[in-house]
Design a protein around this ligand. Structure first.
Ligand code: IPE
Ligand code: IPE
Ligand code: MG
Length: 233
């Protein structure tokens, strides 16, 4: 089977999953966390190298305070505290990308500790995009390139595609081969704008809390039938 090395997922539809059941939106996020566990397990089973999950976007900071607090201050912290040992035991390396300066110092420290603990694991790289957006990513890359110009390390006319690439998050990993978005929306919503240039896109109506192993394997079947050309004939 031709498998993607790197799968990226826009985990969408938690709120609608809850509304359909007359539950508060946070109930959808809670069950959505079970889908995260199921998908990680399925990726381990298929020996996928990298799984990147869009957990919270720059724009999601605009949501009601209670929802933001639940997602970051409750679900994410709890998962980090309760499940890091299990991830470590399973040989998973945890990486977080995004503007983590916006998180409180205690949480930032927990993230750094978790990344350090799992740094040498090689079964699966689990990347959590948190307080992340594609435009933020490109902006921070531009900022560090400008800094290199200012300090005389490089000159503007030397800048190449490769140099920009080398400042973008996850530059040292293969780019996503497959992007999955759940919930029927067919948009990128400011996810990895640079990295998705040649990624295969897969959209499904399944809401994220219902997206489990079977749904992932269906996406892998569709991926297998895709013909990737990268601009060549
Ligand atoms: C995805 O589900 C989770 C996050 C964006 C954090 P939503 O909360 O966007 O759910 P819908 O799209 O409103 O159904
Ligand atoms: C994208 O979903 C962000 C995450 C899944 C974290 P949104 O629900 O925020 O995106 P829009 O608003 O439908 O474009
Ligand atoms: Mg949504």
């Amino acid at each position: 089977m031709k498998l993607p090395r790197h799968i990226a997922i826009i985990m969408d539809g938690n709120g609608r999953w809850a509304s359909k059941r007359n539950l508060p939106r946070v109930a959808g996020h809670k069950i959505g966390a079970d889908s995260v566990r199921a998908v990680i397990k399925a990726c381990l089973e298929k020996e996928i190298e990298i799984l990147t999950l869009f957990a919270f976007s720059t724009e999601n900071w605009e949501r009601p305070k209670e929802e933001v607090n639940y997602l970051i201050g409750h679900l994410f912290i709890r998962a980090l505290e309760d499940e890091i040992d299990e991830l470590h035991k399973n040989g998973i390396q945890l990486l977080v990308i995004g503007d983590i300066q916006r998180l409180d110092a205690k949480l930032r420290q927990k993230i750094l500790d978790a990344e350090k603990l799992t740094a040498n694991n090689s079964k699966l790289k689990l990347v959590i995009a948190l307080s992340y957006s594609g435009r933020w990513d490109i902006t921070q890359a531009v900022r560090s390139l400008c800094f290199e110009i200012e300090t005389g390390k490089i000159s503007a006319e030397d800048i190449t595609d490769k140099m920009v690439h080398d400042h973008i998050c996850l530059h040292d990993l293969p780019e996503p081969d497959l992007l999955i978005r759940t919930s029927g929306e067919q948009r990128i919503s400011n996810f990895m704008l640079w990295q998705l240039a040649y990624t295969e896109l897969y959209f499904t109506d399944t809401l994220w809390p219902d997206f489990r192993k079977k749904a992932l394997f269906e996406a892998l079947d569709v991926y297998e039938g895709r013909c990737r050309r990268f601009g060549k004939c």
